[in-house]
Design a protein around this ligand. Sequence first.
Ligand code: ATP
Ligand code: MG
Length: 398
Amino acid sequence: MAEGAPRYDSVIVRFGSEIGVKSKPVRLRYERLIARHVREALRARGIPFEAIEHAMGRLYVKTPEAEEAARAITRVFGVSSASPAVSTSSDLEDIISVGVGLAKASLRPGATFAVRCRRVGEHPYTSMDVCRLLGARILSELAHLGLKVDLEAPEHVIYVEVREGDAFVFTDTYEGVGGYPLGVQGKVVALLSSGIDSPVACWLAIRRGCSVVPVHFDLRPFTDDRALEKALALARVLAGWSLGRLKRMYVVPHGPALAEVKAKCPEKLTCVLCKRLMLRVAGRLASAEGADAVVTGDAIGEQASQTLKNLRAIDSALQGLPVLRPLLCFDKAETVKLAMRIGTYEISAQPDAGCSAAPKRPTTAARLEDVLEAEEALDIETLVEEALSKAEQVRIRP
Ligand code: ATP
Ligand code: MG
């Protein structure tokens, strides 16, 4: 901010609209959790703060590093937006002096602006009075800038929020990630590969309040070491988003099962059979974890194994648990954009060997009877048991 401008000392934190429509006890529980996560997010980044006040369906954070704090807070799930603000008393003269100071720091010559005010409590003035009087003072004190009021489509807005004896003045609002507070919707096991899609699917599940336990299927010798290294690095990024609550990942050796599939089953069914085995193992881990669903990064038609018909043939391998596919209807460009925003893209985009077991001409329309017939050549239960007995839990640190 410009020299001599009033110093930001607070952050106004708004909750997602979906939280506001919950019953009062649920809403309060969620809001308190978000307050706790805001505290953890600030501590994790070493941003000092004095107090977090919960009032009028918002949080008010007192901090000398309000802009950095607001940015950190936008990464807390359940937060719809955050604004660095200057706090003052609800005395009209105080509000006007801060408002003029902020206008001086942020308005360019010739700019159009508006003042908007929200007010809660008893005051000797109305919100309209604040808008009119502050607007007039900005025009007169900054007359040399040739500013204009435009209430319809202003280039700049000076916001004033008056809350009982306090007032907050701000100009910027940073968009938050939204969603539900971490963990309030229960647990899922998520298939995390080294690609672009599955980390985004995991992130979407986390944003929706699911505790995610990632499972990576280690395809060596059909891939190289880089795939596992990438999956671990991706899990660390996800751990950062969950304030360290995502602490571990299962790594399941899948090479031996895949070798059996290659040796004994029709080549064009390889990917469908491989995925069915993954789901079976994931389902067993989900039961052990008390998880209620398995998450994958499939998107309709993105790969041969993700045509609707193949997804159908794959799903029947998992009984008793839903397979959640948050990206099912995403375009790749949307997934990539989100991956960049959440910080997984750079890792996913690094090269790895891919899967050398994938056939040149995989089926795009596996028939369930063919799949079941092919599986007769496999000792599925032994393959699943073997994989589970060799599965490792790896610690993940953000
Ligand atoms: P991604 O970009 O997530 O790797 P993809 O588009 O390359 O996915 P597939 O390889 O067909 O597609 O995988 C579909 C989904 O199956 C993935 O999103 C992921 O959830 C799961 N999956 C695939 N390979 C693995 C693996 N080695 N370990 C864990 N999950 C996997
Ligand atoms: Mg992919």
